[in-house]
Design a protein around this ligand. Structure first.
Ligand code: APR
Length: 258
């Protein structure tokens, strides 16, 4: 009996989420590591296996860590790029692509560096923490193209500075254009989906509040409660690869009827 109540509860929440989305003109989707979990991508801490187990990721993923031992940090990113391998988007990523059919403006603002939203086909993706497959130089942020993988150490830029992965390290500011865009999208959205993020790492964690303060309805999609749950209008407690397709299926039906 309890199981059936739970299922009915989930269905009611899914229906309410679809209704809110069907009425929205602008939706922002904030995503974190959880949305890629069902694609088999280990988070940064889970990825510390084998020879890398003895290193602390918070020391490697810093400008100081890179300058202290450039070949080490270079090889660690090579290793993580390999872990990403040919990971494929999962049904959660694809449901967010589908959402674009039913909402006039959908923007994905992601903390992930894995590029899976773009691979799935989302048309407007703002990367807050950069991308593991792009590079720029350390001193001047000159973009570097066609950087070969599996080098023993970072190559040099034409300006002489070392090339590094174009990701945001601990202690570094987020790219200001991306962050400002994220805030603006949240402020002007009627609904904000917060998917698979522990909402603990600032300043990305402040984005749901920026929308909430302007009256946006927050929908949290996460198997665990987290700080965003408290300000959420609805909480879809389950894996995003299951929850998002359910919501979009109901939305498609509603829109088909209207
Ligand atoms: N579907 C949805 N959410 C999930 C799933 C799933 N299948 N599995 C786990 N989660 C949730 C967890 O409950 C957790 O709240 O995803 C969240 C992942 O949290 P973090 O690992 O802290 O990821 P994130 O919030 O993206 O971290 C932010 O911190 O590690 C740094 O720079 C890194 O961008 C990252 C940032």
């Amino acid at each position: 009996m309890k199981h059936q109540d739970d299922l009915e509860g989930i269905q009611l929440t899914v229906d309410a989420a679809a209704k809110a989305l069907s009425e929205a003109k602008r939706v922002t989707v904030l995503t974190g590591a959880g949305v890629s979990k069902e694609s088999g991508i280990p988070t940064f801490r889970d990825a510390q296996t084998g020879i890398w187990a003895e290193f602390n990721p918070e020391e490697l993923a810093t400008p100081e860590g890179f300058l202290a031992n450039p070949p080490l940090v270079w090889k660690w990113y090579d290793f993580r790029r390999k872990l990403l391998g040919d990971a494929k988007p999962n049904p959660g990523h694809y449901a967010l692509v589908e959402l674009e059919k039913y909402v006039p403006k959908v923007t994905i603002v992601t903390q992930n560096i894995d590029g899976l939203h773009q691979k799935a086909g989302s048309s407007d993706v703002v990367e807050l923490h950069g991308s593991i497959t792009r590079f720029h130089c350390f001193d001047n942020q000159h973009e570097a193209k066609d950087v070969p993988y599996e080098l023993e150490e970072p190559p040099s830029c034409h300006c002489g500075s070392m090339i590094r992965p174009a990701v945001v390290w601990f202690g570094e500011a987020l790219p200001s254009k991306a962050f400002t865009r994220g805030v603006t999208e949240c402020e002007f959205s009627q609904v904000i989906l917060v998917v698979g993020t522990s909402a603990l790492v600032q300043p990305a964690a402040s984005l749901p509040m920026a929308g909430y303060n302007r009256g946006a309805k927050i929908i949290d999609v996460n198997p665990e409660t987290n700080p965003v749950t408290q300000i959420s209008f609805l909480s879809l407690m389950g894996p995003s690869g299951e929850m998002l397709p359910k919501v979009v299926a109901v939305l498609a039906k509603r829109k088909g009827q209207s």
